[in-house]
Design a protein around this ligand. Structure first.
Ligand SMILES: C[S@@+](CC[C@H](N)C(=O)[O-])C[C@H]1O[C@@H](n2cnc3c(N)ncnc32)[C@H](O)[C@@H]1O
Length: 233
């Protein structure tokens, strides 16, 4: 179903405000790395996808591992033609669907409870903030594989491979900004082996509140890398 929002340009701040009204996961599970993307990162990612690259408005969009639904809801709010959000966790899907209700007619997302491995079909754009593999090694690879199987363009968030203090300082000096960086050779090779090409990588500073017992600070700043990947065939 079309979204009337697509007829006008949505300001980034308005998108952040819309996302800030959404509920977070009530009892996040560390084993599934259920941390929620920050509003600022979600808005930057969706802005780039929608207004710089033309990959959201009027497109079919899939959010793999949608959690509470921020990326899917933002895509729908900006005017995607059809949006599907998939997550393996019942509570996440329940919260995402409650968030949809809260957004009312501003969004229209189909929420699916299930493993991403079961997803079939074809989507113009895949959005994902997969588990980084901190709890379960290489958890993000399954997401990349599925995204390239069903999507033409993929926006995928990954943990920056090392602590780069200089990069953090540069990002702190430019709040809400992104810096183009080189891809990790591993991800580039992994994607290349699955008919994908990394088009660009942007480093961004993400701040999340303390969520799990092993978090030692009240808030945690870290660098996430946004990969823009296209199918090569
Ligand atoms: C880092 S969280 C991101 C949540 C949401 N996309 C966001 O950015 O706020 C990763 C999500 O992937 C889900 N997940 C992990 N493994 C999955 C799988 N095999 N199939 C479907 N969802 C999965 C988790 O339940 C969790 O909600």
């Amino acid at each position: 179903m079309g979204n009337p929002a697509q007829k006008r340009l949505i300001r980034k701040l308005e998108l952040e405000l819309f996302l800030s009204q959404m509920e977070s996961q009530p009892s996040p599970k560390a084993s599934l790395e259920q941390y929620t993307v920050s509003e600022a990162i979600a808005a930057t990612m969706l802005y780039l996808a929608a207004y710089t690259n033309g990959d959201i408005i009027g497109k079919t969009v899939l959010d793999l591992g949608c959690g509470t639904g921020k990326l899917a809801l933002a895509a729908s709010y900006l005017g995607a033609q059809c949006v599907v959000g998939v997550d393996i966790d019942k509570t996440a899907i329940k919260t995402a669907s409650e968030n949809s209700e809260k957004a009312g007619s501003r969004t229209n997302v189909q929420w699916v409870l299930g493993d991403i491995g079961a997803v079939t079909g074809s989507f113009d754009t895949v959005l994902q903030n997969p588990p980084f593999g901190v709890q379960k090694r290489a958890a993000d690879r399954k997401f990349l594989e599925k995204a390239l199987e069903v999507g033409n363009v993929v926006y995928s968030l990954h943990n920056h491979p090392c602590t780069d203090k200089q990069l953090i300082q540069r990002l702190k000096a430019n709040p809400g900004g992104l810096l183009q960086i080189a891809p990790s050779p591993f991800i580039e090779k992994f994607v290349g082996g699955r008919h994908g090409v990394v088009q660009a990588v942007y480093a961004m500073l993400m701040t999340i509140p303390r969520m799990f017992d092993f978090h030692t600070k009240m808030k945690h700043d870290f660098v996430v890398d946004l990969y823009l990947i296209k199918k090569s065939e």
